[in-house]
Design a protein around this ligand. Structure first.
Ligand code: IVH
Length: 667
């Protein structure tokens, strides 16, 4: 096929497929069979493969996803993704309305929207095309999951009508109950762990590496917030209606309300009606309609003043307690989990419930085989909120908390004022060991690219790592031999580990996972004590003299450094090249004589080695760079300097100085 012919055919196929998608998803009136559709898609994929020059990230073929794995890039949100203040009663909603009216001095319209219980997403569109899809993340930064989001058929890749040239739109990605149930049935058959609820399934799916699996999971997306400059409507509700005309599926059943009464009747209506919806909801979001008034009201540190979430009361059912299992988390905390006779609750079958801690068990006065009340709130696992003691079989024993770790049999400890029992065997109990390694590689600690908890699990299972220093002894062959580990992924992990040599001491210190040494404490310690040796030598008085460090933290640090194996660990990490001293320490003889100056050093010198000269420049506050640019202040030329460097310097009129002239600068 000639190129031109191929291009035409590709365009035609794209157009046809878009039309069939529209007929199927929007109009629910397909004009061809699924089989015929698959053939069209197959043709398009084949042509796009053969003629990559015509590829388009927003081609409908991208809906099938790809199996190229890639870690997600982090993206800073242009507008932070805040959460909403919660309310649980009509009174609180009434108070919200009063607050709004008092602050704004107006009686604005409100919009009530169902609060879909999925995972939020922010999409950026540029000139009518999907540019980027980013998860909420920590509200400021999220993961770029564009490839995965493209596979969601209700996300328009190209817009129709009269859309703004650039805007963001936010909404919820959900997994409908029917899809969720089918997925869990399939997972059960294959012996894979089940998702606890549709929300987890949706967010788990969105974070998958393989977008073709995402495509098969049939996620759905509903939108509820348009953001940007110079948008065409003041009304939030009206703006959303426009967005629908550009191709977005809106959060359904939204309604404009004039006052508290109308809002309250919406709440009452959906408290029961929501059970008929095909997806999970956990409340209603009430927003001021006018975006001008929204702006006047502004935000508190955490949430907008112009919106509030009303949470539905949790549903409650009764079922039998079959037993209590004890799980050791990665921090060592032991969590009791109740196994229940399966029961339908809020659209899913519940088999397990969290019991949180020993106090909750005794507070409930839980006995074997009790009839218990289970509630599902916003949590991942539902919880037991009460016992029907009238149904208790006499003679059944009270449930006792365990005394030893179920993983390593160490005697559990509980500290004063804390609710949880802990396994203290931090260097010997499997979940704790894995937890420490996960903490070490985490974003805020060493931020090891390419390494995640699944790989840590595998490495642990294979006996390849028992502590964080073992990571630095991993060989490529060992990594490649792991399940589902390709050549490239192995290289990335090794590269990621190598890059941790650049991580500053304060984060290395945090990464060690010393109890109570969080990010801030690590920073303070690194700044005050400067090196790990000083920290190791410090006594209680020295430690508590550091700002914000009290007795509890100091004791924990002393205890950590008193262990031989920890000192050994530091030695090994140091040998691996990690930083154990604070950079920019004020060194002896340091000045600011070269502050703001940039040097290129080239050639051979008499009084210095090249590295010594560079160190001397830094000692006096100057900066070294390797290539000459217009920003270079001086080229320091030694013997045998390369002609190209000299040429470049002359060209850019950068002064070339000798070793002697340099000494003048610093004297
Ligand atoms: S508005 C500043 N509208 O609830 C505006 N959020 O706690 C904040 N959600 O992260 C979002 N349905 O994931 C808004 N109609 C709706 C929503 C909604 C569900 C979720 C969303 C958000 C969380 C806020």
């Amino acid at each position: 096929m000639l190129q031109e012919e191929a291009r035409k055919r590709i365009n035609q196929l794209r157009k046809d497929i878009e039309q069939h998608n529209h007929n199927y998803y929007k109009l629910s009136q397909p004009t061809i069979t699924d089989f015929e559709f698959d053939i069209l898609m197959g043709d398009l994929l084949a042509l796009e493969n053969k003629y990559p020059q015509f590829s388009d990230p927003n081609s409908p073929s991208q809906r099938v996803g790809s199996d190229i794995s890639k870690e997600f890039q982090q993206v800073t949100h242009q507008y932070p993704m805040l959460s909403l203040a919660n309310s649980y009663s009509e009174t609180e909603v009434g108070e919200f309305v009063q607050r709004v009216e008092k602050f704004s001095g107006e009686v604005p319209d409100y919009v009530c929207e169902l609060k879909l219980d999925g995972t939020s997403i922010s999409l950026t569109y540029q000139d009518g095309e999907l540019l980027r899809a980013v998860t909420r993340g920590d509200g400021e930064k999220g993961d770029d999951v564009t490839a995965n989001v493209r596979t969601i058929r209700s996300v328009p890749l190209k817009l129709q009508g009269n859309y703004p040239s650039s805007f963001e739109i936010r909404g919820e990605i959900v997994m409908p109950f029917a899809v969720f149930d089918a997925l869990n049935r399939e997972r059960a058959m294959q012996g894979e762990p089940l998702f606890a609820n549709p929300r987890n399934a949706a967010s788990g799916t969105l974070k998958m590496q393989n977008s073709s699996v995402v495509a098969s999971r049939k996620l759905d997306a509903y939108f509820y917030h348009v953001l940007g400059e110079n948008l065409p409507e003041d009304g939030h509700f009206e703006l959303l209606q426009l967005a629908a005309s550009w191709g977005f599926q809106l959060s359904p059943h939204a309604r404009k309300c004039k006052n508290s009464e109308e809002i309250v009747s919406f709440l009452a209506e959906w408290d029961t009606n929501r059970e008929t919806l095909p997806f999970a909801t956990d409340g209603v979001v009430i927003k001021v309609n006018s975006r001008r008034v929204q702006e006047e009201l502004g935000f508190t540190a955490k949430s907008p003043r112009w919106a509030i979430a009303y949470k539905f009361k949790a549903e409650r059912v009764a079922t039998r307690l079959l037993g209590v299992a004890f799980q050791v988390g990665r921090t060592g905390a032991v969590t009791p989990v109740a196994n229940l006779e399966p029961v339908q609750l809020g659209g899913t079958v519940v088999k397990r419930a969290s019991l949180h801690n020993a106090d909750i068990i005794s507070g409930l006065d839980l006995h074997a085989n009790d009839l218990v009340f289970v509630e599902k709130g916003g949590e991942i696992i539902p919880k037991i909120v009460g016992v029907d003691t009238t149904q208790r079989v006499p003679g059944n024993a009270p449930i006792q908390f365990i005394s030893h770790c179920p993983e390593c049999n160490t005697f559990l400890v509980r500290e004063e004022g804390e609710a949880a029992w802990y396994c203290p065997n931090e260097d010997g109990c499997p979940p704790l060991i894995k937890g420490k390694i996960e903490h070490f590689i985490g974003r805020k600690a060493m931020n090891v690219d390419g390494l995640g908890s699944e790989t840590i699990d595998l490495l642990y299972q294979q006996g390849l790592v028992r502590n964080v220093a073992d990571l630095y002894e991993l060989k490529k062959e060992q990594l490649v031999a792991l399940e589902r580990m390709g050549d490239k992924s192995a290289d990335r992990i090794l590269e990621g580990l190598k890059n941790t040599r650049e991580v500053p001491f304060e984060r290395v210190l945090f990464a060690l996972g010393i109890r109570f040494v969080g990010e801030t404490v690590a920073k303070k310690l690194a700044r005050e004590l400067k090196t790990v040796e000083q920290l190791q030598r410090a006594d209680l008085a020295t430690l508590t003299a550091v700002e914000e460090i009290g007795g509890k933290i100091a004791e924990s640090i002393l205890e950590w450094f008193s262990r031989e194996q920890h000192l050994l660990l530091i030695d090994r990490l140091r040998a691996a090249g990690l930083r154990f001293e604070t950079e920019n320490m004020v060194k002896e003889g340091s000045t600011e004589k070269l502050k703001g100056l940039t040097f290129v050093v080239s050639g051979v010198f008499n009084g210095f080695s090249r590295d010594e000269l560079k160190a001397d420049i830094e000692l006096h506050g100057g900066k070294n760079v390797s290539a000459i640019s217009a920003k270079t202040s001086y080229l320091i030329a030694g013997e045998n300097i390369g002609p190209s460097k000299m040429e470049k310097a002359t060209q850019l009129k950068i002064p070339v100085i000798s070793e002697e002239a340099y000494r003048e600068l610093t004297n």
